[in-house]
Structure formats: structure tokens, C-alpha cells
Design a protein around this ligand. Structure first.
Ligand code: UD1
Ligand code: CA
Length: 478
């Protein structure tokens, strides 16, 4: 069998989304609706894949350049119907010296993100095995309202009639047209040139090619979708949410079958590009976005969002938001930790409660346990950063870097005014403002000497509860 040509129709406006973003660019599971359809179509290894664009074409074309530069686009300037769109795609290919006449042509729409490669493979195989001029992917719906209905005579399909053009009797038919088809290229080419727009919508209906083919004695078959979700089209935000939930369940089942434990799959959202090892545990309300990778034995959540990040084996990440971050094996992060791009937590390192880090590398076994901001820093191994420390990286105009060596002990509540270097094994006193480099092995003290003004409260706050408490204490001392 020759590799098929795939045409994806995506010129429509998607008015019901009520969005400035073209409908097919809305996302589920971290990929555009159109991106999901292209991914499914790619399993057919098409010789050519043409996307028909129109409404919002500049955005759609820019998106395709980014995610699938191998596909080509053709503009349908006037939305004259699905048949017109397919005709334009075939003419475009001809103009490039590609004849569709010798290949199967698969027609899809850009708004069916739940379509799977296996549904398409099955469609194409049935089509080729059945030696049909057209094979329509169908489904039986309890409520078929709005869809084209499949007219059959015995096993064969004789036509498709649109809801708006159907007789009351035809509207009773529950077998609907998914809008996905495999065609014999030559038969499709002939049929689309014979289309007219004598119908209730004044459009060239692709569905009319079925009647044209069968009238000429061609064989058209209809095969049921393996999973009716596969053909679900997105028209509005409610359907977008439904499809997202179905996709979430599919992704979660796949990972659970691969050995991932999920306490609450319904609140666990994993993008299509994530990679999880066996024996990962995901606690409720975990969101893994982009190409996030989690190694074996790691425990993520509850309440954690990881974006395009890596987590090493056996790490624990609780109540955390992290983007473009690497968390080493055996490290612990959270709860309530904010890790911004460029943060690397070394093996067995720790970023604890209420810690924010940005563009900073924390060496193996080093710890930032509590209430700190670490920005633009390189921290060595085995170092401890005391509670409430701030890496003061911003002078109001520029950002500066701080280097902290190995086995350093930064005291609690330090301000480390960048740029500075703290040498290996150095200590800094609690409450210090460190403005100069600290040589290896030194103790840096950067704070005012304490001064006690004796009996100040007794004199200046006489009669207060504090003064009375002090008097009692001083009496018993005597
Ligand atoms: C179409 C089918 C209907 C089927 C349904 C499945 C026709 C005439 N009807 O109806 O039998 O049950 O899909 O969802 O084909 N498009 C273009 N250019 C156009 C018109 C449409 O690119 O000029 C694209 C749209 O962006 C969309 C797809 O084609 O992706 C389907 O168009 P739409 O108007 O939604 O068709 P339906 O009325 O839903
Ligand atoms: Ca329509």
C-alpha cells in the first residue's frame, strides 16, 4: 500500500469558543488540539500532510512551523464548505506536482484531539482491505443532533445527510458521520469536482462525495470507531474541558499500568510529554507540565506543579511550584517552595519550607532548610544556609552572583550582598550583613555589637506591666 496523503481541515473560525485564539490552537495535556490530530496522523507515516487554514491562519501557521515543520499548509480564503476545503488541498498538491490519484487520502478535522493512531490505522486498513472508494469512520450516538447521518443500504453506505438537510425520518438515524474518512485518491478527485452548494448552508459539502461515488457504482463502507471518544470534536469550552478530562484519564491509566502510584487520579494532570519511571508516587493535585521527567521512587505532591523539570530517584517534592528546575536524587523540596528557572538541587540536597530559589545551583548534600531567598548563586557541597537568609542579588539595576564554597555554615538571618565569595569551610555569624568576601575557614561577623542599657524600662516605662515584671525579677535576684 502506498503511504497516504492526509488532509486536515482547520479553516473554520470556532466561533463558539469565544476566543481570540484560533480553536485548533487551544490546548489539552500541553499540546494544541491540532497538534494531537497531527500526532495521530503521523502514525500513518503520510507521504504528505496538508493542513487547510483560514481563520487565524497566521497564528496557526506559526504554531505549525514550531511543532511540525514537516507539514504543509494551504489557505482557504472563503469558507465554502468541507468539500471546497478538500478540493483546494488537492489542487494545491497538484500545483506542487503531487497527484493524489495513486494514494489513499485520509481526511480529518483539526478539532478532534482524542483521535488515536490506532483508530486511524484501523480506518485505513479497513478501507484498503474493503477495496472501497471511501470509508467513513462512524459512531452510534444516543443524541445524534447536529451530526451528519449515515444512510445505509445493507452493509454499504449510500450517502450522508446533514442535520439541517435531513428529513424527520433521517434525523431518527443514530449512526453519525465523524467527519473522518479514507478515500481512494482518484475517486475523491473526480467526486470533489462534481460538488455543488445546493443545500441549506449554501456550502460544498464533503459528505456529498459519498452519494456521488455510490451513484457511480463505487463501494463506500462505514466502520465504527473503536472508542467513540476518539471522534469527539471540540466546539466550545465545555467540550474542551470534557476532552481534557478524558485525555487526563487515558494518560493516568497509561502511567499507572507502567507502575506509577496515584492517590487521586482525578486531580492528577500529566502532560503528554512527561516521562515517569516505575515506582513514582503522585499525591493529590499534582500537575506535571511540559517534558517533565521523574525518576524511580520519587514522591511528588500533594499540591505540586512541575513544569519542564527533572526529579531524580527517591526525591521528595511536597507543595512546590517549580519550572525549568533539576532536583537531584534523594533531595527533599518543600513544603511551600518556589523554584524558578535555572535552579539545580544537588543529590540529597534540601530546599525547605518557604524557600524561593532562582538560577542557583545547590551542591550535593547542601541545605537551604527554611524561609530563604537564593538568587543567582553557586553553592558548594555539604553547605548549610541558615534560616531567613537572603542572597541580595539585585542592586536596583543589575543582578550579581554569589559563590558559597563547600561545607560553609551561613548563620541564620544573613544578608549576602552580591557579588561576594564565601570560601570553603567558612562560617558567618547569625544576623550578619556580609558585604565582603569571606576567606576559607574564617568566621565573618557583620553586625553591630550588642549594648544593654540597664534599668531603662524601669525609668522610661515606669508603671507598665513590663516595668513591674522587671522590678519583681530584680528583687528576687537580690
Ligand atoms: C461536518 C460534517 C458532518 C459531520 C461533522 C462531524 C460536512 C458537510 N458535514 O459537519 O457530516 O457529522 O462534521 O463533526 O462535512 N472547515 C474548513 N473549511 C470550510 C468548512 C469547514 O476547513 O469551508 C473545517 C472546519 O474548520 C472544521 C471541519 O472542517 O474543522 C468541519 O467543519 P464544520 O463546519 O464544523 O462541519 P460540521 O457542520 O460540524
Ligand atoms: Ca458547519
Amino acid at each position: 500500500m502506498r503511504a497516504p496523503i492526509v488532509i486536515i481541515l482547520a479553516a473554520g473560525q470556532g466561533t463558539r469558543m469565544k476566543s481570540t485564539t484560533p480553536k485548533v490552537l487551544h490546548e489539552i495535556a500541553g499540546r494544541s488540539l491540532l497538534g494531537h490530530v497531527i500526532e495521530a496522523a503521523a502514525t500513518l507515516e503520510p507521504e504528505h500532510l496538508v493542513v487547510v487554514v483560514g481563520s487565524g491562519k497566521d497564528q496557526v501557521i506559526a504554531h505549525l512551523d514550531e511543532i511540525a515543520p514537516w507539514v504543509v499548509t494551504v489557505e482557504q480564503e472563503q469558507r465554502n464548505g468541507t468539500g471546497h476545503a478538500v478540493r483546494i488541498a488537492l489542487e494545491f498538491l497538484e500545483g506542487r506536482g503531487v497527484s493524489a490519484s495513486e494514494s489513499p487520502v485520509v481526511v480529518l478535522t483539526g478539532d478532534t484531539p482524542l483521535l488515536t493512531g490506532s483508530s486511524l490505522t484501523n480506518l485505513l486498513k479497513s478501507h484498503v482491505d474493503g477495496r472501497a472508494q471511501a470509508t467513513v469512520l462512524t459512531a452510534n450516538f444516543v443524541d445524534p443532533f447536529g451530526y451528519g447521518r449515515i444512510i445505509r443500504s445493507g452493509d454499504l453506505v449510500t450517502g450522508i445527510v446533514e442535520e439541517k438537510d435531513a428529513t424527520p425520518q433521517q434525523r431518527e438515524i443514530q449512526e453519525i458521520n465523524s467527519g473522518m474518512y479514507a478515500f481512494d485518491g482518484a475517486a475523491l478527485h473526480t467526486a470533489v469536482t462534481g460538488l455543488n452548494s445546493h443545500n441549506s448552508q449554501g456550502e460544498e459539502y464533503l459528505t456529498d462525495v459519498i452519494g456521488i461515488m455510490t451513484a457511480d457504482g463505487g463501494v463506500v463502507i462505514g466502520i465504527g470507531a473503536q472508542d467513540t471518544n476518539d471522534i469527539m470534536g471540540i466546539n466550545d469550552r465545555a467540550q474542551l474541558a470534557q476532552a481534557a478530562a478524558i485525555m487526563r484519564d487515558r494518560i493516568n491509566v497509561k502511567w499507572m499500568q507502567a507502575g506509577v502510584t496515584m492517590l487521586d487520579p482525578a486531580s492528577t494532570w500529566i502532560d503528554i510529554d512527561a516521562e515517569l519511571a516505575a515506582d513514582v508516587t503522585l499525591l493529590p493535585q499534582t500537575i506535571l507540565r511540559g517534558p517533565t521527567a521523574i525518576e524511580a521512587g520519587a514522591q511528588i505532591g500533594p499540591g505540586t506543579t512541575l513544569i519542564s523539570s527533572e526529579v531524580g530517584a527517591n526525591a521528595i517534592v511536597r507543595h512546590t511550584w517549580a519550572e525549568l528546575v533539576v532536583i537531584g536524587a534523594g533531595a527533599t523540596v518543600g513544603p511551600y517552595t518556589y523554584l524558578r528557572p535555572g535552579t539545580v538541587i544537588g543529590e540529597s540536597g534540601k530546599a525547605g519550607a518557604f524557600v524561593e530559589m532562582k538560577n542557583s545551583q545547590l551542591g550535593a548534600g547542601s541545605k537551604v532548610p527554611h524561609l530563604s531567598y537564593v538568587g543567582d548563586a553557586t553553592i558548594g557541597e555539604g553547605t548549610n544556609i541558615g534560616a531567613g537568609t537572603v542572597f541580595v542579588n539585585y542592586d536596583g539595576v543589575e543582578k550579581h552572583h554569589t559563590t558559597v564554597g563547600n561545607h560553609v555554615r551561613v548563620g541564620s538571618d544573613n544578608m549576602l550582598i552580591a557579588p561576594i565569595v564565601i570560601g570553603d569551610g567558612a562560617y558567618t555569624a547569625a544576623g550578619s550583613v556580609i558585604t565582603d568576601d569571606v576567606p576559607a575557614g574564617s568566621m565573618a561577623v557583620g553586625r553591630a555589637q550588642q549594648r544593654n542599657i540597664l534599668k531603662w524600662v524601669l525609668r522610661k516605662r515606669a508603671g507598665t506591666s513590663s516595668a513591674k515584671a522587671a522590678e519583681r525579677a530584680l528583687e528576687t535576684e537580690q
